[in-house]
Write a protein that binds this ligand. Structure first.
Ligand code: MIC
Ligand code: SF4
Length: 639
């Protein structure tokens, strides 16, 4: 039986363990990336473990999230990141250079390389054939120090593409079709591997859009083969020497196969408040739209903006609509400037936004009260836009542009315009002058907002406290740790901790801090798919800082589970799902004989309020159990 591409790449990088599905393995990491919002903590951790310089092949630090700079904090963070990069051997991508995943795809990602990034959309590079994984900052810090990355050998699902996309239907619609089929939960420790005759019809940026939003399904990564299309992309980027052909064996065995005929895909939209809530644009036609935003790491390539501009050309944005466009990289901005695409956008009334994450993470362009916002980004979680009452829909650039003109949800196939089919311009601009290469000499600068990564204490032998919050299904890391206006506190844990669960329970933080100060151990009770979405390890660090010792859930998503373990919080799962209903908010809870339970994996949660004993099991590898007992990786690793 032949090998999948995923297992070929894993076996090339295997450092420890047996490459059998479900086994715990460690792999060598070639490339790493961080962005500023997770990067400050990652580099503080890199320093805290005593690392003198990076040991992996290529380490990149991008500034793209906190670029609005209200107050001194963000600029200070950038200065810390710039100087620590210089000192430790990391390439620094200056603010203005673009969104990490888009820039990385254009300038650094290579087929066959492993990439670990402190951002959940790192798998974007799967579009070029990298084995690219999102992780918490501490795991990336360790990878930069040359420590292999621990993961579970995944199941591999084959998404077999045939046919080709019809005009006005785009890669965004393909991944929305994938999301409609696979959903946003239940895909932990899975790789989506794309094969079939349809793959060759998709450009690298289109593949990257599809790989990018695999993150919304919760998969470890998504992977495309490396073929002539990939070679052409790399040659145009002036990086042809990094090309290699890569594909699965013809008789590769997959855990599941799903066939999708690209010509059957129609314009789709993810409706509020989940990327998995997919409907056809046909069903939504006519809904009044107040805002249209084109950009983000999902859809901000040259071709995305070119298609949107072709639709907008000769028309003007509807008076009821605000239209914003954020090119994904400075290179894209220069290309659309050179070929006239930018002036089409400006003439149509678009507000040109910075090449950064911006609106996607709620840093600006928050929609109005109860208004409808159409975005080409990848997440429409509750309140993420900065306006809790708004209705955010995720759509393709084509649907976004068509709707911006009419002021209502519109099917782009009916817009009556002609659009370019060019995935790339004839001539690619690549200007690397906004990268700063390390000299190993800078003095590291730290502003007053930059603290130290907090350490947990070793896990006590018995836990005693209260259910400090009880939450429903699909709690995202945006619910746990808000971004947007609060993101400037990413380097200041005591301050950021004041906002844990802010959008669903603003009293949580003070309640938890009070319990912690009385010496209690806090419990979070959750249902399915807890910790979906981003890689932000702050969703573990800040609860830890507030005294949380255990998350008890029906299921926990991969990156968040690893972050909990990395900071010494117990990830516990109910043996019986229905037991979730037996624990009340505020119940007094206890777990005894923690070390024995760790050994067997079986825990009993005693609910003192009701007298119930609830069976739980730990969701952690043997290595993670050791880490949790020690109170987290910072207490474990010293270089
Ligand atoms: C996101 O899209 O949610 C983010 C902001 O890029 C996060 C990282 C972060 O919280 O800093 C992610 O996707 O991991
Ligand atoms: Fe930035 Fe949005 Fe992409 Fe996250 S999803 S990296 S915030 S553009």
């Amino acid at each position: 039986m032949g090998l999948t591409l995923a297992y070929k790449l894993l076996s090339e990088h295997l450092e420890k363990g047996e490459l059998r599905q479900g086994e715990s393995i460690s792999i060598r990491i070639d490339h790493t990336l961080t962005q500023d919002a997770t990067g400050t903590m990652a580099y503080l951790e890199f320093e805290a473990i005593g690392a003198d310089r990076v040991r992996n092949e290529l380490a990149l630090s991008y500034i793209d999230h906190n670029t609005i700079q209200i107050g001194f904090e963000n600029f200070d963070d950038h200065e810390y990141l710039r100087t620590v990069a210089d000192r430790k051997g990391i390439i620094y991508s200056r603010p203005g250079n673009g969104i990490c995943h888009q820039v990385n795809l254009e300038r650094f990602a290579l087929p066959g390389k492993t990439l670990l990034g402190s951002d959940s959309h790192t798998p974007t590079a799967g579009g070029i054939g990298s084995f690219a994984i999102g992780a918490g900052g501490l795991d990336v810090a360790l990878a930069m120090a040359g420590v292999p990355f621990q993961m579970v050998a995944p199941r591999v699902v084959n998404i077999r593409l045939s046919g080709s996309l019809r005009p006005f239907v785009s890669a965004k619609d393909v991944i929305l079709a994938v999301l409609a089929h696979f959903g946003t939960k239940g895909n932990v420790n899975t790789v989506f591997e794309y094969t079939g005759s349809g793959v060759g019809t998709l450009s690298v940026p289109e593949r990257a859009t599809i790989a990018n939003m695999g993150a919304e399904c919760g998969v470890t990564t998504s992977l495309f083969p490396s073929d002539d299309m990939t070679r052409q992309f790399l040659e145009m980027e002036g990086r042809g020497e990094g090309f290699r052909y890569l594909k699965a064996d013809d008789d590769a065995a997959y855990d599941d196969v799903w066939e999708l005929d690209l010509s059957s895909v129609e314009p789709l939209a993810a409706c509020p408040h989940s990327p998995g809530n997919v409907k056809s644009v046909r069903e939504l036609e006519g809904i009044a739209v107040n805002q249209v935003l084109i950009g983000s790491c999902t859809n901000s390539s040259y071709a995305d903006l070119r298609k949107a501009a072709d639709i907008l050309s000769g028309s003007h944005v509807h008076p009821d609509v605000e239209l914003g466009v954020a090119p994904g990289s400075r290179d894209v901005l220069m290309m659309i400037t050179e070929d006239g695409t930018l002036s089409k956008l400006i003439k149509a009334g678009a507000r040109i936004l910075e090449s950064a994450c911006g609106f996607c993470i709620g840093s600006h362009q928050s929609p109005g009260t109860e208004s409808v916002s159409l975005r080409t980004s990848n997440r429409n979680f509750y309140a993420r836009s900065g306006t809790a009452s708004a209705y955010v829909y995720l759509v393709s650039p084509e649907t976004a542009a068509a709707s911006a003109i009419t002021g209502v949800f519109s099917d782009p196939r009916k817009c009556g315009k002609a659009i370019s089919s060019a995935a790339m311009p004839e001539h690619i601009i690549h200007d690397d002058s906004m990268f700063i290469y390390p000299t190993f000499s800078a003095e590291i600068r730290r502003g007053p907002n930059i603290g130290q990564p907090p350490r947990n204490t070793a896990l006590p032998e018995s836990l005693h406290g209260h259910a400090l919050i009880k939450v429903e299904d699909r709690i995202t890391t945006d619910h746990i740790m808000p971004a947007g206006a609060r993101m400037k506190y990413r380097s200041n844990i005591p301050e950021y901790s004041k906002y844990v669960f802010e959008s669903i329970d603003p009293e949580f933080s003070s309640r938890a801090a009070e319990a912690r100060d009385k010496g209690e151990h806090g419990f979070i009770i959750a249902r399915q798919s807890y910790g979906q979405g981003s890689s932000r390890e702050h969703a573990a660090i800040c609860p830890m800082y507030l005294g949380i010792k255990a998350v008890v859930a029906v299921s926990i998503e991969r990156i968040h589970q690893a972050n909990l373990a990395n900071f010494g919080i117990l990830p516990l799962l109910f043996d019986n799902e229905d037991d979730y209903d037996r624990i009340g908010m505020g119940d007094e809870l206890e777990i005894l004989h923690v070390r024995d339970a760790m050994e067997s994996g079986a825990f009993i949660l005693h609910d003192i309020t009701t007298g119930d004993d609830i069976p739980l099991h730990i969701f952690a590898t043997e290595d993670q159990k050791k880490t949790i007992l020690l109170g987290g990786k910072l207490n474990e690793v010293a270089l």
